[in-house]
Design a protein around this ligand. Structure first.
Ligand code: UDP
Length: 238
């Protein structure tokens, strides 16, 4: 194993994570906070030990995905809240994959939550806090120089592969993967999966009871937020 590079200055702070540069220009350290936000930061709070749980869950998912041929930015977990990652030039689009109608799709299309989709639906959103992350077509990303045609294609293929791998893995652990959000970036010209994969960025429902085991418990004031994150981690670790 390569020696761990030295942690240098923080160069980015987002809602849930901080990023630090390191003595290796190709690597960064991703630090996971307990801060929780929803509705474009109009709702704020903290979820105890969320950073620790999301770091560990992301490690497990990224490792599983790498084993299944999905290239990610993950290098290794360094501590409870820190992960060593490849430095990415982030593509400013969020990719959402849906298996079941929920959240903004239910609202936008006037559908009831919980309806199965016949095939996974892939959506793209432009990352902009001022604009509330508007839904876009992949053509917009090409037109405005956010991603090339080839990158859009790679992203769609990778997003569907992530869905296949995670859906099967979670199904075996009694969890329905309802939907999730991914972020991608370039590293030496190659598109890699970045960010995190955890109950902040996915909807997980218990297969038997359909109980929510994700950030919707915080968004919708359902209570039992920490317990849901712990339960998800327990299942993913099993
Ligand atoms: N999501 C996310 N970050 C965002 C928006 C959505 O991680 O800024 C995730 C969310 O947790 C869910 C999926 O993407 O698993 C689809 O979210 P949706 O579009 O339904 O939006 P929401 O109603 O959750 O804001």
């Amino acid at each position: 194993m390569e020696p761990t590079p030295q942690k240098l200055e923080m160069f980015y702070e987002g809602k849930a994570k901080k990023l630090y540069s390191t003595s290796d220009p190709d690597l960064v350290i991703q630090y996971f906070k307990d801060d929780a936000t929803a509705f474009n930061a109009k709702k704020r709070g903290t979820i105890e030990d969320k950073g620790v749980m999301n770091n560990r869950m992301s490690e497990l998912f990224f490792t599983l995905l790498e084993k299944n041929g999905v290239r990610t930015h993950f290098v290794r977990r360094l501590s409870d809240r820190e992960m060593l990652c490849k430095r990415l030039q982030i593509i400013p689009c969020e990719t959402v994959v849906r298996n079941i109608v929920a959240g903004s799709m239910a609202k936008r299309l006037g559908l009831e939550e919980g309806r199965d989709l016949k095939r996974p639906v892939v959506e793209y959103y432009y990352k902009s806090d001022e604009l509330d992350d508007p839904l876009i077509y992949p053509e917009h990303a090409v037109e405005f120089g956010w991603a090339s045609e080839a990158e859009n294609f790679a992203i769609k293929v990778m997003a569907l592969k992530v869905n296949d791998v995670l859906r099967k893995f979670l199904d075996e652990r009694g969890v329905i993967l309802v939907d999730f959000k991914l972020e991608f970036g370039r590293h030496h010209g190659e598109v890699l999966l970045g960010d995190e994969i955890c109950p902040d960025t996915c909807r997980f429902w218990d297969k038997q009871t359909r109980q929510k085991l994700d950030k919707d418990r915080f968004r919708r004031d359902l209570g039992g937020v920490e317990e849901a994150y712990h339960e998800m981690l327990r299942r993913v670790e099993s």
